[in-house]
Ligand binder design. Structure first.
Ligand SMILES: [Zn+2]
Length: 493
């Protein structure tokens, strides 16, 4: 499969790392779906041990990777393998195990405190823990190294090669333009701020049948894919022929269950669509968090929230959700596309979503640089929110404490949600400003859309770094203009 004997050797030995990761993926999936509470402690112990084994097995490859880095005749796939392993090695070589253990300890405790602090809406309770986490994240940035901004090192962990400079460029264009558009859209009252279907209760058995119908409609392969239930929906690639998603049934506002199923299916298509030659290798899944998110957002928003898709999906919604009688397809479309200013990110619509990530990005950037102290975060948060939305959170619970990410130590993650939106719109642009998508959906040809993303993006796995992949497919990278063009085409009154 590989031509270079050193890379061949690396891949043979990498099977061990792959096997450990495979086991951890199954354990992680089980923990979120089926494990009884009592399993938490032993599961934590087992995955902790496995993580150490994976680290050791990866470090054992350092010598060979060093040799391969000197080779001049590597093909794209071989270069990808070496690049991805070097990133993993870099992390293990630069971050001492004591620091990893300390982060683990501090974030486990912080997550417990965050839950009560959010319930009481009291940032002061969480503040000392966040203070510690910020200090540790700065340490990680210093150890990993950066050229200009310490936050670059943290962004890079989630989106290879993505920097403060890139993110500033995206948001500087996106935010003011979206603000203007949002003002126009809300004044025009075409897209409703609220819809009566949001409060209708559904039967979870009926909703399950709807979701089963949708994944069938999306042609998810039965022998390589399954769907379960968990509190927070996610996708996990257990192996190239074993990808699993979860969804949830909250009992009201059925679009939330429906669109999380479509979103996770988009992630799953990516993981299932990687060239089978890349199975068991370090490049056997997506290129980055942002590119992965572009696939889920493409199916959830660009495809899933279009009039044509809603029409296509309508019969199977009506088959099981009897309360939809009296709502025509256009009304369903409007229900799926309500637009309103809201405090909570996970409830945000397509148009307002990026304000939420921009807000988190601005706060993280300033805190990591030391320009803002942790105690100043709530006021910075509320001021920035006010600037973007023209409304102010009334409490920490609906403001700064809403998301779990900081208590996990995930600094640098939020921007990838917006990168996902941006890259999804670049696909839309490349497909003739959506005309190709519309055409396929009018014929019910889901396969044509899957084949486009499959052959242009999925099959490459992580062979190319995200920017390189975008340049190859689109001739440009992280271009916010495309998202604004997409918004204009869809929402401009
Ligand atoms: Zn996602």
């Amino acid at each position: 499969m590989t031509r270079n004997p050193i890379v061949g050797d690396i891949l043979k030995r990498y099977t061990q790392v792959w096997a450990i990761n495979h086991s951890m993926a199954v354990l992680g999936w089980d923990m979120e779906t089926h494990m009884p509470e009592g399993g938490a402690r032993p599961r934590g112990m087992a995955t902790g041990e496995l993580a150490v084994m994976a680290q050791k097995a990866t470090l054992d490859l350092d010598g060979l990777v060093r040799k391969a880095e000197k080779a001049k005749d590597l093909d794209d796939m071989e270069r990808g393998v070496v690049r991805v392993l070097r990133r993993n090695l870099d992390f293990f070589l630069k971050i001492p195990p004591e620091l990893v253990a300390e982060i683990q300890r501090v974030t486990t405790e912080a997550t417990v405190v965050w839950r009560t602090a959010r319930k009481k809406s009291d940032f002061r309770q969480f503040r000392p823990h966040l203070d510690k986490i910020v200090q540790l994240e700065r340490k990680v940035a210093d150890k990993l190294g950066y050229e200009k901004h310490p936050y670059d090192a943290l962004l890079d962990q989630f989106e290879e090669g993505f920097t403060v400079r890139d993110a500033d460029a995206v948001y500087a264009r996106l935010i003011p333009a979206t603000k203007k558009l949002l003002a126009k859209v809300t004044a025009a009252h075409v897209y409703p701020a609220k819809h009566s279907l949001e409060s209708v209760r559904y039967d979870s058995g009926a909703m399950e049948r709807v979701n089963e119908g949708v994944i069938e409609m999306l042609r998810m392969p039965k022998a390589r894919f399954r769907m379960d239930v968990s509190t927070h929906p996610f996708t996990t690639q257990i192996a190239s022929d074993d990808v699993r998603i979860t969804t949830r049934y909250e009992g009201t506002n059925f679009k939330s269950s429906l669109y999380s199923t479509i979103h996770e299916s988009g992630h799953a298509m990516y993981s299932l669509g990687v060239d089978e030659k890349l199975a068991y290798t370090p490049v056997g899944d997506g290129a980055s968090f942002g590119i992965h998110e572009s696939q889920s957002r493409f199916w959830e928003n660009v495809v899933g929230r279009s009039r044509e898709f809603v029409k296509l999906m309508s019969p199977l919604l009506r088959r099981d959700l009897t309360f939809l009688r009296g709502h025509d397809d256009e009304d369903l479309y409007l229900y799926f596309n309500t637009v309103r200013r809201s405090f909570i990110r996970v409830e945000a619509d397509e148009l307002t979503y990026n304000f939420h990530t921009a807000l988190r990005y601005e706060v993280e950037k300033k805190v990591i640089a030391g320009e803002v102290g942790v105690s100043e975060i709530p006021s910075l948060w509320n001021d920035t929110f006010d600037d973007y939305f023209g409304i102010r959170p009334k409490s920490d619970a609906e403001g700064v404490l809403q998301d779990i990410h900081w208590s996990n130590g995930s600094f640098g993650y939020f921007a990838t949600y917006t990168l996902g939106n941006v890259v999804a719109s670049m696909i839309w642009h490349k497909m003739k400003n959506g005309a190709q998508i519309q055409g396929a959906l009018e014929k019910g040809d889901i396969a044509a859309l899957k084949s486009w993303v499959g052959s242009n993006i999925h099959r490459y796995g992580a062979i190319y770094a995200p920017k390189e992949l975008q340049l190859k497919v689109f001739g440009e990278a992280y271009n916010p203009e495309r998202l604004l063009q997409y918004f204009d085409a869809k929402f401009a009154p």
